[in-house]
Design a protein around this ligand. Structure first.
Ligand code: NAP
Length: 463
């Protein structure tokens, strides 16, 4: 796939970009390492001022930036505005707390004085996905810049204008040239950048396949990595749930970002007693959606980001149906397409779909469905619900819906995931660490853990 902006609502290619040549990449690496030599010594106040200026610029341009996201990857305009606002919040969070997070940590030993000091490592490569084209990048960039590292961004090939906009905002906010650079390169150029001795570490948010490839390349040159990969998160609802709240949040959780969120509720695991009213509520909400152009204010569900994502989702649903799954609604792309205005008929639209009675062994049990498809499982007990929730190779974030304190505690203790949210959708929050276990990846972004991710935790011992 080349590097280009293609409107997912229409299929129209808006702009194409030529990938950087080896010589152009070399120049950027040289600039990164030269900038790091001075930037690492810059005072925290100066870095914090850069992040605050970044937050101001993001807020001032939120409409324009949200529009770029919609045009490149199909996000609803209002969701894009919310994403930009969240990035501003994140920048201010690290501006306010970064210095304290990185202060020396005294440790009592038999030394006169012993402590841990956090020092930046150098240029870090960030390989990022298109689904939250600003948030995913800022989640890396804000703590990295506050910590004194410098960043090199290889963004997904379908969001080059988002990638360039981020670079230009950080520059305009006062960060030195070379502190954060976008590399317009294909994924085949990533291993070469990691192998370069000037690059000290790499982080990737994306699919398992990409994570494996990056970790392999980094392993060969012994460089640290952080991986934020896929999820097939459980949404467990017991008899003790506030059902109305659970249904409303299930709708939002499954459909936000047009169903393409790593932490989206994907597998709905329902205790038998509440399964039928829950299903009826979800069907009613899905039926009421307006599908269409993400730039239009009345749209609830936009297109998928690329034709590839659409084909994969359609295939996964078809396999489940062929194996005997029950379709409550959706599942038929052709019928939806025929109802769309002509100019949207080349877009990557897929209907909100709800499947239940999923036969064991079908893709719904193990694979991530990256689109507006809810997979519903009925179980007889909380034991069975937890066992099913954990019976996946992923472990990113699970939610459980119950007012019962004992059930809440069991879910927190027993669900295998990087996060468990009770009576709330799983979300990322600058104040809390974010990341997965099992094949959802390793390492943590955000919070105090996030800013220490690419630091040398240097032990100091003084007698
Ligand atoms: P993807 O295909 O893995 O792409 C992600 C990034 O990796 C892109 O920049 C892509 O570049 C690059 N890439 C792909 N193959 C690569 C390779 N072999 N070597 C090096 N880089 C490579 O993933 P996606 O389809 O865009 O994103 C969806 C996936 O991301 C889902 O599984 C989702 O759950 C996951 N995700 C996880 C989180 C989290 O925080 N855990 C957050 C968001 C998304 P090109 O575009 O040039 O191929």
């Amino acid at each position: 796939m080349g590097i280009s902006s293609t409107n997912p609502a229409t299929g129209e290619v808006v702009r194409e970009f030529v990938p950087l040549s080896a010589a152009e990449v070399e120049l950027k690496l040289e600039r990164a390492v030269a900038t790091f030599e001075t930037y690492r010594h810059s005072p925290f106040d100066q870095r914090a001022a850069g992040l605050r200026a970044t937050a101001d610029l993001l807020e001032a341009r939120q409409q324009e930036l949200a529009q770029t996201m919609s045009l490149e990857m199909g996000k609803l305009l209002r969701a894009g505005v919310a994403e930009v606002e969240k990035c501003a919040l994140l920048c201010r969070f690290y501006a306010d707390h970064g210095e304290a997070f990185l202060a020396d940590v005294p440790v009592q030993t038999e030394a006169t004085r012993s402590f841990v000091r956090y020092q930046p490592l150098g240029p870090v490569l960030a390989v990022m996905p298109w689904n939250f084209p600003f948030w995913q990048v800022f989640r890396f960039a804000a703590p990295a810049l506050m910590a004194g590292n410098v960043g090199l961004l290889k963004h997904a090939s379908n969001v080059p204008q988002c990638a360039l906009a981020i670079e230009s905002i950080l520059l305009e906010a006062g960060f030195p040239e070379g502190a954060f650079q976008t590399l317009l390169i294909g994924s085949d150029q990533v291993a070469g950048v990691i192998a370069d001795q000037r690059v000290v570490a790499a982080t990737l948010t994306g699919s398992e396949a990409a994570g494996i490839s990056l970790a392999k390349a980094a392993g060969q040159v012994l460089k640290p990595t952080l991986l934020e990969l896929g999820g097939s998160d459980a949404f467990v609802v017991t008899e003790q749930a506030n059902l109305e709240l659970a249904i409303a949040q299930a709708t939002l959780g499954r459909l936000q970002n047009n169903g393409q969120t790593c932490i989206a509720a994907k597998r709905f695991i329902l205790l038998e007693a509440i399964a039928t009213p829950f299903l009826q509520g979800l069907v009613a909400n899905f039926e009421a959606l307006t599908i269409g152009d993400p730039l239009e204010a009345g749209t609830d569900l936009g297109p998928l980001a690329t034709p590839g994502i659409l084909q994969e989702l359609e295939h996964q649903v078809q396999v489940c149906v062929d194996q005997g799954a029950k379709v409550w609604l959706g599942g038929d792309r052709a019928s939806l397409q025929a109802t769309l205005p002509l100019r949207l008929q080349g877009g990557n639209f897929y209907p909100a779909t709800l499947l239940s009675d999923l036969p064991p062994g079908c893709p719904a049990y193990q694979e991530e469905f990256f689109g507006p498809v809810a997979l519903v499982f009925r179980v007889q007990s909380l034991d069975e619900a937890i066992a099913l929730a954990n019976a996946t190779s992923f472990g990113l974030g699970a939610s459980a819906w119950t007012e019962d304190l004992q059930e809440q505690e069991r879910c927190i203790q027993e669900l295998e995931a990087g996060a468990v949210f009770i009576n709330c959708l799983v979300k990322s929050d600058p104040r809390l660490p974010f990341g997965g276990i099992k094949r959802s990846g390793y390492g943590r972004e955000l919070g105090v853990e996030g800013i220490r991710a690419f630091m040398n935790a240097k032990t100091a011992w003084v007698n």
